[in-house]
Design a protein around this ligand. Structure first.
Ligand SMILES: NC(=O)c1ccc[n+]([C@@H]2O[C@H](COP(=O)([O-])OP(=O)(O)OC[C@H]3O[C@@H](n4cnc5c(N)ncnc54)[C@H](O)[C@@H]3O)[C@@H](O)[C@H]2O)c1
Length: 254
């Protein structure tokens, strides 16, 4: 165990897959009770999860719906007694340039990636205040700082997450709630595999593309999770409002 999270309760949106899933596993391994709030709960039934026992619970949530997040927070309180940590990892990343971004696609991306974070924070904050403080960690993206042309709306949504992070950090400091943002680079997740499959990429494409990156490989979800646990821990008790890139050096390209 790296951090003593025993007695702490974490709610993780998007925790059924990819980066959120790795974060959820790490929290459980470090003694936390975890509620996964995701659209897709059936994806979670694997051997790794079963070992977690009752300290891991799943709630079906669409982050676009405020009522779902309020229900998830109520569930965390009823099941584990409160809430200390919120991780916002739910996200979608369809590729589209501005010309290919219809108003419907724009709205969908904003609703999940930005409004979903707002809904989750708004639902969670009163409970975290009641615990006397805690931590919110948003999963952003390097694309927040410009991004590639075919991630136009996505990049803009993640820029919004950065501003949300800093704004909330300021307003919540008096409640001892720290708010930070972790920016992954390029991570091989279920979601990323699906996007690349739709783009017709061959299976070994990630390996060859990864070799061209500064640190020589595509990232794994497990590369991102330790940084999130650190930011949620007491070791980071003086860190708030920050953007921390865990990007394998990919940011050098921007
Ligand atoms: N994979 C990468 O290279 C990469 C890079 C930078 C940032 N990110 C960010 O990391 C986060 C996680 O991405 P990932 O690669 O693990 O993706 P993923 O698709 O593997 O996992 C995302 C999870 O979010 C859930 N989700 C999607 N829409 C939802 C909704 N409306 N309500 C509730 N849950 C919903 C999905 O069901 C899924 O379980 C995202 O915010 C993404 O933007 C990913």
């Amino acid at each position: 165990m790296q951090y003593p999270f025993a007695g702490k309760v974490a709610l993780i949106t998007g925790g059924a897959s990819g980066i959120g899933k790795a974060i959820a596993k790490r929290f459980v391994q470090n003694g936390a009770s975890v509620v996964i709030a995701d659209l897709c709960v059936e994806a979670t039934i694997d051997a790794d999860w079963k070992q977690a026992g009752t300290s891991l619970q799943f709630v079906r949530v669409d982050v676009r719906r405020e009522a779902d997040l309020l229900d998830a927070v109520r569930f965390a309180k009823a099941t584990f007694g409160g809430l200390d940590i919120l991780v916002n990892s739910a996200g979608i990343f369809p590729r589209a340039t501005i010309q290919n971004t219809t108003a419907e696609l724009w709205d969908k991306i904003m609703e999940v990636n930005l409004k979903g974070v707002y809904h989750a924070c708004r639902a969670a904050i009163p409970e975290i205040i009641e615990r006397g403080g805690g931590a919110i960690i948003n999963i952003g993206s390097l694309n927040a700082f410009g991004g590639t042309p075919d991630l136009f709306a996505y990049s803009t949504s993640k820029g919004g997450v950065v501003t949300l992070t800093v704004n909330l950090a300021r307003s919540l400091a008096k409640h001892k709630i720290r708010v930070n943002c972790v920016h992954p680079g390029w991570v091989l997740t279920e979601g990323e595999k699906e996007v690349q499959k739709q783009g017709g990429r061959p299976d070994n494409w990630y390996e060859t593309e990864g070799e061209k990156l500064p640190l020589g490989r595509i990232q794994t979800p497990e590369d991102i999770a330790p940084c999130v646990l650190f930011l949620a821990s007491d070791e980071a008790s003086q860190i708030t409002g920050q953007s921390l890139a865990v990007d394998g050096g990919l940011g050098f390209h921007y």
